[in-house]
Write a new protein. Structure first.
Length: 736
């Protein structure tokens, strides 16, 4: 029976190869005919297939599920040719039951057991054929030796277990173990390969073998022969193992208890794992500390496991290097000896220079051996010493030889009692390039009563001057330190400044008020800074590179002053309103200024301008508001973007009252009367304003008036009014 099945399967492969060659031959012979098929009449269709694929008993093509596919060609008879044309790819293919047999361009695939009708249609003509789909095997069965495997099996871990798969077709059977696909539902419990099962853990797993659409399974319930495992660490507590980093490995014991109560040591045979191998590793119960921290060591054997916490500590609190933090040396210098000292947890210090692990982060620049650092090339390297869990590093910078040195600053300003950083020292190398050698320089002060050098800083002791000298490789450079009176306040001549976009603008003057009360112009000695990248600060001027608002800071010694800067377009002209001012003492009035920019835009800028008065005893200005102080004339001037406008200010006394020389008079027709008008001001001095006033009459037919002279015209009564600076007085006239 087994040989018979093999022949059936071999024949299937052979007939499919024959069918492929037949299709190629038909295709080659019919190429020219197909090219003209669109112009010919199809008179009939017939199928072509490998004879071995046809089952005469069922009068249908035989397809096997998950086995080789059956190739079916369709040939067309046309009116203009005696030869048949292969139209397999041009035809439309259909199946009566796609769950049984699928068809795609004449290729039949078995999907389920049963029969389906396959139809090919070409240019209105159709042909059909039946196809029967079946399984290669009626069933497959898991076999355990010569016995059918049960649905489930209880088994202890580590027991050998092998299955075979038997395929049955009708009355014939065949071992198909190697052809099947084997799977497990739980690889932590059991794995399987070609029927051989490996039991790994306690639990349940289903082993399945599948072949040609048929499958069989068995559920394994895996148990352990052991009840528990006990870990021993040689101390009273079995829950925690404590190790010092750098100490010898610690040995753990593992004792397994069988369900029968018998115990045995399994340390050498069990599986040991560490949850974090960067803290500790383990092999056959031997725990080796690797790094400080905590991890869990687990032992597993035949489905049972046990764990213990392991803590690895450093036996030392810290390590100290000498020199500390950083060291600067030249390429031609002798090697640097660095010492390492550790402090134990018990407070005992110990030199470990020779025993520590030394490393260099950049061996191109410097190498280290037992603390001895040898410079090799220009650059920087981090030298690290490690010893049993503690480590520390110093930065080593190696410099090239220099032919001369220079100091970037010509002088330094200070005042008594303060310290400051020493200036940068630049060296010129053999090839003419510059290198910062500030950290290499050693400093001295010519007058230690004026200033001293300590820890890389100068310290001012008294008023006066001292020359500071920097030395590198025997080369020297000098800078003058001037110790001033202590500054109290720093201020700029303006608080707001408009800077024209793209143009240089001079810095405003800066003044310092010293402790002795004296003021000093320090404009040339201040340092300007800003956090904005929208402006470039040059030595003598600033240049705005983007329209924005920002703040500049002027620094002199330990004092600062801020300046608000607005970078904007250039102003082409100003319009001021009013063009002149007349005010009474104590009164105020604002000036409006409109700026017209180069782009054509305009804006009100009066409040942004810097204003000043040429006589603050007569008039003052704050923002854009002018206040009159005393009678007289003055000028206020506003500046913006380097342009100025001037507004004349006239301060006049305030009028309190008007007084006429007479309140009433009687005249005959043709008579005249002269009246005077007196103005009384807040200044206390009366003024005759008769001719400056405006005179009117209530009845010109009775009396007229001009500059205070009244002429009687006709009989009756009239009121004569005098108006001056908003005030009015009246005289009554009667003409008889």
């Amino acid at each position: 029976m087994k040989n018979s099945l093999r022949r059936v399967m071999s024949a299937g492969h052979a007939r499919r190869l024959t069918a492929i060659w037949l299709m190629v031959a038909l295709l080659m012979s019919a190429l020219s005919g197909v090219a003209h098929a669109a112009d010919e009449t199809v008179t009939g269709l017939e199928f072509d297939y490998y004879a071995g694929d046809y089952n005469s008993g069922t009068s249908s093509l035989q397809v096997f599920i998950e086995d080789d596919k059956v190739n079916l060609s369709v040939l067309a008879s046309v009116s203009s040719s005696s030869s048949k044309q292969d139209v397999t790819n041009e035809a439309t293919w259909k199946t009566s039951n796609s769950a049984i047999v699928k068809v795609e361009k004449g290729v039949l695939t078995g999907l389920g057991k049963g029969t389906a009708t396959i139809t090919a249609t070409y240019k209105g003509v159709s042909a059909s054929i039946k196809a029967t789909s079946d399984y290669v095997y009626d069933s497959v069965t898991l076999m355990q030796g010569t016995t059918v495997a049960p649905a489930s099996l209880d088994i202890e871990i580590d027991q050998p277990l092998v299955f075979e798969l038997e395929g049955t077709k009708g009355t014939e059977t065949k071992i198909v173990t190697d052809d099947a696909t084997w799977t497990t539902s739980n690889s932590a419990v059991a794995t399987v390969e070609d029927g051989t099962v490996t039991l790994l853990g306690v639990g349940s797993a289903t082993i399945t073998a599948k072949l040609k659409g048929k499958s069989d399974s068995i559920t394994l319930k895996v148990t352990s022969p052991y009840k528990a495992i006990t870990i021993g660490n040689g101390t009273a507590s079995n829950k925690l193992l404590e190790i010092d980093l750098g100490s010898d490995p610690s040995k753990l014991s593992a004792t397994a208890e069988l369900k029968t109560g018998v115990t045995s040591s399994i340390a050498d045979n069990a599986t040991w794992t560490s949850a974090n191998t960067k803290i500790a590793t383990v092999s056959k119960g031997e725990v080796t500390p690797v790094g400080t921290g905590k991890t869990t060591i687990t032992v597993t054997h035949k489905g049972v496991s046990s764990s213990i916490e392991v803590v690895v500590r450093s036996a030392y609190q810290s390590i100290k290097l000498s020199p500390e933090k950083e060291y600067h040396m030249q390429l031609q210098d002798s090697p640097l000896a660095v010492t390492a000292e550790v402090m134990s947890n018990t407070g005992i210090s110990n030199t470990v220079t020779s025993d520590a692990d030394w490393s260099s982060s950049n061996v191109v620049v410097a190498v280290v051996d037992k603390g001895v650092v040898t410079p090799k090339a220009v650059g920087s390297a981090k030298i690290t010493a490690s010893y049993k869990g503690v480590s520390r590093s110093i930065d080593v910078t190696v410099y090239p030889s220099v032919t001369k040195i220079s100091i970037e600053e010509e002088s330094i300003d200070g005042f008594k009692g303060i310290t400051g950083d020493l200036p940068k020292v630049m060296g010129t190398t053999f090839d003419g390039s510059s290198v910062d050698v500030t950290k290499l320089a050693s400093w001295t002060s010519a007058s230690t009563d004026i200033a001293v050098i300590k820890d890389g800083q100068w310290s001012a002791k008294a008023l006066g001057e001292s020359e500071l000298t920097a030395s590198v490789q025997g080369k020297q450079a000098k800078v003058k330190l001037v110790v001033h009176v202590k500054p109290l306040k720093l201020y700029t001549e303006v608080k707001d400044l408009s800077v024209v976009f793209g143009k240089d603008t001079a810095y405003p003057a800066v003044t310092v008020i010293n402790e002795d009360g004296e003021e000093e112009d320090v404009s040339s000695r201040v340092k300007w800074s800003t956090t904005s990248d929208n402006i470039v600060l040059k030595p003598e001027a600033m240049k705005g590179i983007e329209v924005s608002s920002l703040t500049l800071t002027a620094t002199y010694l330990n004092k600062t002053a801020t300046l608000r800067v607005k970078i904007e377009e250039e102003v082409m002209k100003f319009e001021v309103e009013p063009t002149e001012l007349e005010l009474n003492p104590g009164r105020s009035k604002s000036v409006k200024v409109t700026a017209y920019y180069k782009s054509g835009g305009k804006a009100s800028v009066a409040s942004k301008m810097n204003w000043s008065s040429d006589n603050e005893k007569l008039a003052t200005v704050s923002g854009a508001s002018v206040k009159a102080i005393a009678v007289g004339t003055a000028k206020i001037t506003g500046t913006y973007q380097g342009k100025s406008i001037t507004v004349p200010v006239t301060v006049v006394p305030k009028l309190k009252s008007l007084a006429l020389s007479s309140k009433s008079t009687k005249l005959a027709v043709g008579g005249t009367f002269a009246v005077t008008l007196q103005a009384n001001y807040t200044t206390g001095t009366p003024v005759n304003v008769t001719e400056a006033a405006v005179w009117t009459t209530s009845k010109a037919s009775v009396a007229t008036v001009k500059d205070g002279k009244i002429t009687a015209v006709g009989k009756g009564s009239a009121s004569i009014k005098a108006t001056f600076s908003g005030k009015t007085v009246t005289i009554r006239i009667t003409v008889k």
